[in-house]
Design a protein around this ligand. Sequence first.
Ligand SMILES: *Cc1c(COP(=O)(O)O)cnc(C)c1O
Length: 479
Amino acid sequence: MNKIQKIKSKFATIPAVHKILNMPEVKQLISVKGHLMVTKAIKLVQSEFRDVIKSSNKNFTDQKIIDNFIPQLKNRIADITKEKFKPVLNLTGTVLHTNLGRASLPSEAIKSISLIASNPSNLEYNLVTGKRGDRDQHIEEKLCSLIGAEASTVVNNNAAALVLILNSLAKRKEVLVSRGELIEIGGSFRLPDILTSAGCKLREVGTTNRTYINDYEEAFGPRTGLVLKAYTSNYKINGFTAEVKEKDIIEFTTRSNIPFIIDLGSGSLIDLRKLNLPKERSPAQVLSKGVDLITFSGDKLLGGPQCGIIAGRKDLISIIKKNPLSRAFRCDKMTIAAFTALLKIYEEPERAINEIPTLRLLKRTQKQIHEIAERVYPEVKSHLSTIAIVEITKCKSKVGSGSLPVEILLSAGLKILPKIKMRKSGIFLNDLSLELRKLPVPIISRIQDGAILLDLRCLEDEKLFIKQIKKLSVQGFKK
Ligand SMILES: *Cc1c(COP(=O)(O)O)cnc(C)c1O
């Protein structure tokens, strides 16, 4: 027998699916978890046994395999059915972390979701006429009065908002975009790709660092559909640059009778200086200059549910709403419930700063965060004392999600360094951050300057954090 034949003959000791399915204990499992789930798990365990046989010279007896099969099968089923989508503690220092779900919702929004989700509602029903209504009816008036727009509509996210606008107003036409604004927002959002998928042709104008109004005028022709400008908030072009003034673009698009659209990315409904952040133009200010439409995300600086807001000219919004794609991109009732509750909070700006978690966290000062660090420090230090040195440190957090440039938020946190100058401190840091992620409520940290950094800007539940830290196993690190 050659080696392959030998392995194959050992594989034959792994019981077949039908044989396992007939075992009384497995029949019991099927009655609870269902046939498909159990069969899938059996196949996984079989392949695990094959891997063990391949990589070891051990001879398994039939009985040994049978004895191990059922416990392993139960483990696999438990893995498959385990709750995998769960809350985490975001100590990365990035307040609006796209991978961690961006904005957390205010409690009023949660209440509203729960009420609407558990009952029939007038989602698309006009209670006066008793006829079909429009789901935008719950949002449009409030939103328009907050940002001074003629009309507005809300869709699944900002990317959908852009595709919808482009497809409604410039399908098979050219869209003029400055070369300095052909942005990627991380992950899957690249402006040129969005344009193409909306059925538009990208017409780049100017250069990466300099664009003039003449560039737009020269690119303009019978095939021009609209001008699009995107706020390039996650990077900055410095040095020898020239950006066309919006006022000049508005003058040009009005004269040429084409719409001017601005993708704000993040739009705030309060004056950011109240959060000690640099002033940004608000959606209201941008619209008041005469821009035809703006778009922004609901779950960035706004601090609400994932959605994309389109606001501006009424005639354009009504064309957009007639596009069949708007049916495909519409928000669900839970989003609308959360968004209406959010807008209600914004009617009182002072309330907004305290009740909307995103704003509350952004407003925290370094001193306040330092105090949190001082409160949690003793427990963290004592739990990790055998393996690490823990220090209170100053650091910088980010707004995140392409909202506002560079690191500008002064923050504080805990720095965790390996105790002994281990040669493999990189491995220590990776292992420890993995252990932090494996906790029942995972702690997401960042590694910076040879240490694990827990930026405490976003820590609100200190008790929960301490409870997790105490569950961290330090055994594997003692060497
Ligand atoms: C974030 C962002 C987008 C994408 O918004 P989503 O709501 O994530 O779809 C588009 N444009 C800009 C400028 C952004 O900052």
